[in-house]
Structures are given as C-alpha cells and as structure tokens.
Design a protein around this ligand. Structure first.
Ligand SMILES: NCc1[nH]cc(CCC(=O)O)c1CC(=O)O
Ligand SMILES: [Mg+2]
Length: 331
C-alpha cells in the first residue's frame, strides 16, 4: 500500500519563519561587535588619506589611529589590526624599516595603547610593506625568497611590536617555522603573555589587490607570492599548515581570504576546535562596495550577510574593513 509522506503537513518549516520574534528565537548564530577585528591602515603623515580602491577606508595618521582605538572601545570592537603604509623612501631591499623600534607601527601602537588600553592591538608580521620588491621576505638574486633568513628578520620584527605594546602579533608571511621561532624568542625575552595569531592558511590570492595599493606595495611587487602562499586548489594542505602552527605555539589561527575560503574556515574550526579567525580581505570589501555604489546590491545588507556567514562557518571572529560600520549598525 502506498503511503502519503508523513512529514507534511505535520512539519511545515515555514512556521518558524513567520514572524521576527520566532526567527530570532531560533536563530542558530549571532553576530555582535565582539566578533569583529577592525583592519586599519596607518601612515606617517597628517590626517586621513582615502584609499581609492577601498571606498570608505582611509589611511590614518598616528593621531587618527589613537582616535580609532577610542572609537573601537566605544563600539565594543575588541581589537584592531594595524597595517602600515610605507612610502618608497621608507623601503629597501631587506625591509629594514620593519625592525625599527621607533618606526610607524611602534609609534602607532603606543599612541593607541595610551588612548584606549582596553582595545587589543594586533600587528602584521611580514616585510612586504617595507621591501622595495614587495615580497613578505628577503629576496635573493636568483629570485627566491629565502625561508630561514627571513624568519630571523620576522622574529626581530615581532619583538619590536610586542616591545611597543602589541598584544598579538600576526605573522602573515607564510614562511615555514616562524611561529616556533617567534614563540621561542618571546619566552626568552619574557613576553610570555604575548599572543600569536598565525596566518596559518593563507592563499596566493587575487583578492589582495586593493590592500597592496593601500600599503604601497602594489607598484613594488616583483612577481607573485606563489612559492610561499598556498595554492587555491588545496584544502588538506591547510589542515597541515594549521597543525604545524598550533604545535609551534600559535594561540589562534587565521584563514585568508575569507568568503571564497569558508570551506577552509569550517574544516579548520571543526578539526582543531581552536579560535579560528577569518580575514575578509580588501578585494572582498571592494567587491561589495563597488556593487553597492552602482546600486546593484544593498551594501549594508550584504555586509551583514557575509559577516554572519563567517560565524556560521565556525569563525570565532572576522578581521574586516567593515568593522566600524557593522558595529554601528549592530549597536
Ligand atoms: N603581509 C602581507 C599581507 N597582510 C595582509 C594582506 C592582505 C589583506 C587584504 O587584502 O586585505 C597581505 C597581502 C599579501 O599577502 O600580499
Ligand atoms: Mg606554515
């Protein structure tokens, strides 16, 4: 005897969607300002300088960065990730500006800590803003990026950052072994509470385009970063990268870019159960803003939808250029 399906009409999925109160009662995930890390560019001049390819994003002077820290505190944004714009005069082959204790980043860190000590400060550990060739490491004459010599530099850079007040260093360079080397140096130097957020799974991506304009490395970059950043074809490889960085002393891991790599965010967070952050990178922001400016999508709505998607995928937090705007809306 054939039977009618048992589920309908007993089960009508739409019942729970009929009113805002019901939808909010059964919502599986929430997004709050506490999920956001605000990505901020700093420059060594006065005032704010717009970044053309990132509408609504400015490079901030040190004084403006201090105000941004207060703004983050007021909005309930827990942390700011700092990225420096370094002009051609501040770059050299070895990226030596990255090691200067009174460089732009250390000065910004001090000003921001003074202004709002409650806000976590995260720094980018990599040489690309400071090298005349735009690579995250040193560059040998034959065109290779030497791993171990680069790691020595990164350790020094990380020590400069924590010495100036960084709470978290975030190595974004994808050299092998740098997490362990930095962790060892931190223990040796007494920075036992300094956190490391490893850009563990970072892909060689076209979505970094606007960022390279913002930090002034686009014109400088010679070649590409495919010998150190991951191939977008790979997923298992990300789990190996994460496992290594955790074993070496990372406190949190990052997946980058964000939205095109939500599968990686999900695999990493479910496999390891460690705080996994996603970076909604510059090209993702630019895509949304460009479409919104053309009136093709509702920018604020898509912003919120993408940020919620990261939570749904298992991210503990999202580094995003939308942080201030999203936190304002979340109120
Ligand atoms: N140290 C490199 C770094 N740190 C953050 C970003 C990109 C962030 C973005 O696109 O928003 C990059 C770019 C790169 O690897 O070339
Ligand atoms: Mg690695």
């Amino acid at each position: 005897m054939t039977q009618f399906p048992q589920s309908f009409p007993g089960t009508r999925m739409r019942r729970l969607r009929q009113a805002p109160w019901a939808r909010s009662l059964v919502a599986e995930h929430v997004l709050t300002p506490a999920d956001l890390v605000w990505a901020v560019f700093v420059h060594d001049g006065e005032g704010r300088i717009p970044v053309a390819s990132l509408p609504g994003v400015d490079r901030l002077s040190v004084a403006e960065a201090a105000l941004a820290a207060k703004r983050a505190r007021a909005l309930g944004i827990p942390a700011i990730a700092l990225f420096p714009y370094i002009g051609p005069e501040g770059k050299d082959d070895e990226g030596s500006g990255a090691l200067s204790p009174d460089g732009l980043v250390p000065r910004a860190l001090k000003a921001m800590k003074d202004a709002a000590p409650e806000v976590g400060l995260i720094t980018d550990v990599a040489l690309d803003a400071y090298t005349s060739h735009g690579h995250d490491g040193l560059l040998d004459e034959d065109g290779t990026i030497p791993n171990d010599a680069t790691v020595e530099r990164l350790v020094e850079q990380a020590l400069v950052h924590v010495g100036a007040g960084a709470d978290v260093v975030a190595p974004s360079d994808m050299m092998d072994g740098r997490i362990g080397a930095i962790r060892y140096a931190f223990e040796e130097e007494g920075f036992t509470n300094a956190m490391i957020l490893a850009y563990a799974a970072k892909y060689a991506s076209g979505f970094y385009g606007p960022y390279r304009e913002a930090i002034g490395s686009a014109a400088a970059l010679k070649g590409d970063k495919k010998t150190y950043q991951q191939d977008p074809a790979n997923s298992d490889e990300a789990l190996r990268e994460v496992a290594l960085d955790l074993a070496d002393g990372a406190d949190m891991v990052m997946v980058k870019p964000g939205l095109p790599y939500l599968d990686i965010v999900h695999r990493v967070s479910t496999t390891f159960g460690v705080p996994t952050l996603a970076y909604q990178v510059s090209g993702e922001y630019a895509q949304i803003m460009a479409a919104a400016q053309n009136g093709w999508i509702d920018g604020d709505r898509v912003m919120m939808e993408t940020l919620m998607s990261f939570k749904r995928a298992g991210a503990a937090g999202v580094i995003t250029y939308f942080a201030e705007r999203a936190a304002e809306k979340l109120g």
